[in-house]
Design a protein around this ligand. Structure first.
Ligand code: SF4
Length: 389
């Protein structure tokens, strides 16, 4: 059954506002899903003000709302622009909002001045690192075809020199799977204390994945088990472990059964042109042959009520809700995964109404098995020890 959504049921639902300061990226990763990464446009500061105002005026915002600057390389914009942008966001939010800004960056442009800026604003920083140079440079390439690892490591050195905390996001490709030890040794050596693993996904304009072949599932499981072993010995936090344990500790909510990517307006993405999207941020900026641009409306022009009643939202939500319901009915992993990501379903199955994808088999099912398998082993060991004592 497709839930009927009224704007009043969405109050305070938005946790994350993704703002695309620019679609431009200074590199050209082979697995990137963004079509406009060569476009050097910039979000007008008035659009930032309108985006934050739209969130709060429509009742979606909450005092712990985080703004993440992403979907383009955020550090290609100058610090002076961000000073204006942060002030605009602050002015458009209620005084109870505790400003929280985050950057997801390729790290290449980080220097001491950027570090001073991060510290001054208490920014949360995530750096995209695919492991040692031999793995990273296979896919994370500059526009001239050369690798980007050396420059990213200079940025990481600046972060460490200035004692700026950061986490890493590592994209796992087929080539990564045989190198769990090298990847974890690299993160330990660099001093990374928290890593998230994204599998190479089929979405947006990235229509293939090196993982989309027979045998990847078993190889990924071996890889991830080894990552967990090495993370435990190095004391490195793994985002996916927290995700599985957090989901296992809380049963799905009856009114809000899905996850942040498939429940409406949990995440709102606003493009540099002020176009509003929700669900998976990866749906923003793509042109799908059947669903079109999936733009719900524009900040400063369309209210939440108009958007929720509109054809684009209704079509998308009907499809996503149908996929969510099918996942809840059929999949044993639903209590952990909560229905997957619409961007993966659309990219792999051609519809958000589907269920299983390569992305969820690896990124949800195998990870859940690995993490929960260890929890059960620990519990069994505790029972044996308790009986023996
Ligand atoms: S693991 Fe896949 S099939 Fe199962 S709930 Fe998640 S998306 Fe649906």
């Amino acid at each position: 059954m497709i839930p009927v959504l009224r704007p009043e049921r969405l109050r305070g639902r938005t946790k994350l506002l993704v703002l695309q300061g620019t679609p431009f990226c200074n590199i050209d990763c082979a697995y990137c899903y963004l079509p406009d990464r060569a476009v050097k446009a910039r979000m007008p500061v008035e659009t930032i003000r309108a985006a934050v105002r739209w969130i709060f005026d429509n009742g979606l915002g909450r005092d712990d709302l985080t703004i993440i600057w992403h979907a383009g390389e955020p550090l290609t914009l100058p610090r002076a622009w961000y000073e204006e942008a942060f002030a605009a966001a602050r002015s458009a939010a209620p005084s109870s909002w505790r400003p929280r800004h985050a950057f997801q960056t390729n790290g290449m442009l980080i220097d001491d001045d950027w570090c001073a800026f991060f510290a001054a604003h208490g920014l949360r920083v995530g750096v995209s690192l695919d492991g040692p140079a031999a793995l990273h440079d296979l896919h994370r390439k500059r526009r001239n075809g050369k690798g980007s690892h050396a420059a990213a490591m200079q940025g990481v050195a600046a972060l460490k020199r200035n004692r700026i905390p950061f986490h890493a996001i590592c994209v796992v490709t087929a080539e990564t799977l045989a190198h769990a030890d090298e990847v974890m040794d690299f993160f330990a050596e660099v001093g990374v204390t928290d890593v998230g693993f994204n599998i190479e996904e089929i979405e947006g304009i990235n229509t293939g994945s090196t993982l989309a072949k027979h045998g990847s599932r078993a190889r990924f499981r071996v890889f991830f088990e080894r990552v967990l072993d090495r993370a435990a010995s190095y004391g490195i936090g793994i985002r996916e472990v927290r995700g599985v344990l957090g989901a296992a500790a809380n049963l799905p909510d009856k009114e809000w059964p899905g996850n942040d990517q498939n429940m409406p307006f949990a995440i709102v993405t606003v493009t540099h042109q002020g176009a509003i999207h929700t669900f998976s941020p990866e749906l923003a900026g793509i042109a799908h042959p059947r669903l079109g641009s999936m733009v719900l409306g524009h900040v400063g022009a369309d209210s939440l009520a108009e958007i929720v009643d509109g054809q684009v939202f209704q079509t998308l939500w009907a499809e996503i809700a149908s996929g969510l319901a099918a996942c809840a009915r059929r999949c044993a992993y639903f209590p952990i995964c909560r229905g997957g990501a619409p961007s993966n379903k659309l990219g792999e199955l051609g519809t958000c109404a589907g269920t299983e994808t390569m992305a969820c088999r690896l990124g949800q099912q195998e990870i859940a098995e690995a993490v929960l398998g260890r929890v059960l082993n620990e519990m069994g060991r505790d029972v044996v020890l308790a009986k023996a004592s």
